[in-house]
Write a protein that binds this ligand. Structure first.
Ligand code: ADP
Length: 542
């Protein structure tokens, strides 16, 4: 109904449309709506805020059916919260986007976005229009990103050089996680995993080639990287060799059992002689199958189906190690990794169709009857498997998340080896750059810029607070030092190591990750500021 709409002009002469309120509606809109959105976002952010940084606290999440998760990963915390507020859900999406693109910095991005929203709220209270704030934040974000580009430094990560730098970065990423006790070990695993599949020419890492497997039991330190694939299976007979070298694998989808004798009717055996005929028939058929396998040159039989004791025994006495009941997906993985073909009939077996692997060995786990097969030195792929152990399911799950994060950091550095310094150092230098730019602004943007700089300050302040330091004291000391030394590597000494030099402590963040945080947080803030009405479909509006 356009009769309710009037066109007005703002003080810059730009036109905008005001749609007059219909008066009866109960729902919130306009500034009231924007404000309530910000408050909703703030309440979500306050939950993850205390888990930021190496001294951040873990959270226990209990799902409706009682499953327990212990984590300090922002994306995980948010994804498991049962939120019914639409704006709060946007924050969840925000940390998910950071997770998908970068894989690390998921807590930071939410803390930053909520700080920006808080700052925006103050400006709204001063009477500045949300769109103006959003535009000012956009400009400020550009300045911050330019500053990041300027202070970023390259670290040497070429394959030839030592992977020291990668290792240190992976360690930093793990510093705040449950696994910090085993972080040397996990960092090494992350680096080894990435390096064994990385393509340095294309500067990329194919995550498909890094598999995660886990088994509850043992300690985190018992986790290991397997240069190959892992099957959650064992050899079919306990007397088979526990380790086979130079494996040639027949990968079969046909059952290891003799075809039923071709009679249309029920098979009636009424005499011993008839039984013996049948038995002989079965034995011959079994022998034919074994011959097919042997003639093709295989020493391992991998079957999608099961087989009975007799077949099992025959395999054993023919020196063939066998694996049975391999699931379809695992069978495919095995075929791809060993460069073998999946064969549907024994007659089709030929030497060319066999898969090849250096060794297949059975892993045993303590006193449990659990066993797994490790298939190493596979002929085709560079695929590796990170095998995570831990004393309970929660630890294992957090171990996988932590390893994933540090693998992401290493991958990001291979994609782009420019880094900025952590511990809030990068945010501080951006904050100072944006503040400096604010002084030169004549318009309303000056306020937006200052507010943006304040929002950036929240990161070092939160890190300080979470480490038991006085946030304001730490911030002002750091700022003074920053401007004095014109340095960009001064951050919060979260671990109390007696130094603010993040370069020296090697607390780094990949440039692309830090930039992504700024961009995503600014984008989200802009989006929320532009929403001034929430209409929930299906609900009565009057
Ligand atoms: P996120 O999920 O955002 O990665 P983290 O809990 O991993 O959150 O915390 C990351 C923040 O902690 C980054 O700002 C990083 O620079 C900082 N940080 C990590 N290790 C240290 C350290 N040893 N000293 C100071 N700051 C650190």
């Amino acid at each position: 109904d356009m009769s309710n709409a009037i066109v007005a002009q703002d003080e810059m002469g730009r036109p905008f449309i005001i749609v007059r309120d219909q008066g009866k509606k109960q729902r919130k809109h306009g500034l009231e709506a924007t404000k309530s959105h910000i408050l909703a976002a703030r309440s979500v952010a306050s939950i993850v805020k205390s888990s930021l940084g190496p001294r951040g606290l873990d959270k226990i999440l209990i799902s409706q059916d009682g499953d327990i998760t212990i984590t300090n990963d922002g994306a995980t915390i948010l994804s498991q919260m049962d939120l019914d507020n639409e704006i709060a859900k946007l924050l969840v999406e925000l940390s998910k986007s950071q997770d998908d693109e970068i894989g690390d910095g998921t807590t930071g991005v939410v803390v930053l976005a909520s700080a920006m929203l808080d700052q925006a709220l103050e400006l709204i209270d001063k009477g500045i229009h949300p769109i103006k704030i959003a535009n000012g934040f956009d400009e400020a974000c550009k300045i911050a990103c330019a500053q990041l580009d300027q202070v970023a430094e390259e670290i040497d990560i070429s394959k030839e050089s030592t992977d020291e730098n990668l290792l240190k970065s992976a360690k930093t990423a793990l510093g705040s996680k449950i696994v910090s006790k085993a972080h040397e070990h996990f960092a090494q695993m992350a680096v080894d995993a990435v390096l064994s599949v990385a393509d340095f020419e294309r500067k990329d890492v194919d995550f498909e080639l890094i598999k995660m497997e886990s088994k509850v039991g043992g300690a985190l330190e018992n986790s290991s990287l397997i240069k190959g694939v892992l099957l959650d299976k064992d050899f079919s007979h306990p007397q088979m060799d526990k380790e086979v070298r130079d494996c040639k694998i027949a990968i079969l989808t046909c059952p290891f059992e003799p075809p039923k004798p071709k009679t249309k009717h029920k098979l009636d055996i009424s005499s011993v002689a008839e039984f013996e005929v049948l038995q002989k028939y079965e034995q011959e058929k079994f022998q034919e199958m074994i011959d097919c396998v042997k003639n093709a040159g295989a020493n391992i039989v991998a079957c999608q189906w099961g087989f009975d004791d007799e077949a099992n025994h025959l395999l054993l006495s023919n020196n063939l190690n066998a694996i049975r009941w391999i699931g379809g997906a695992e069978l495919e993985l095995l075929a791809i990794a060993t460069n073998g073909r999946i064969v549907p009939r024994f007659e089709d077996l030929t030497p060319e169709k066999l898969g090849h692997a250096g060794t297949i060995k059975e892993l045993e786990f303590g006193t449990t009857r659990d066993r797994m097969l490790v298939i190493e030195d596979c002929s085709n792929t560079k695929a590796v498997t990170c095998f995570i152990r831990g004393s309970n399911e929660m630890i294992v799950a957090e171990g996988i998340r932590a390893l994933h994060d540090s693998i992401c950091v290493v991958r990001n550095l291979i994609r782009d080896n420019r880094v900025v310094y952590g511990g809030g150092a990068a945010e501080l230098t951006c904050s100072l750059a944006v503040s400096e730019a604010a002084d030169k602004q004549v318009g309303i943007d000056q306020y937006a810029f200052r507010a943006f700089a304040n929002a950036l300050d929240t990161i070092p302040m939160t890190l300080a607070e979470n480490s038991g330091l006085d946030p304001i004291e730490s911030l002002s000391a750091l700022k003074a030092k920053h401007s004095l030394e014109k340095a960009s590597n001064l951050g919060v000494d979260c671990l109390g190591l007696g130094s603010n030099d993040m370069k020296e402590l090697f607390v780094i963040d990949p440039l692309i990750g830090k930039k992504q945080q700024l961009l995503l947080a600014t984008q989200l803030t802009r989006m929320i500021l532009k929403i001034n009405d929430v209409i929930i479909s299906g609900k009565d509006e009057f």
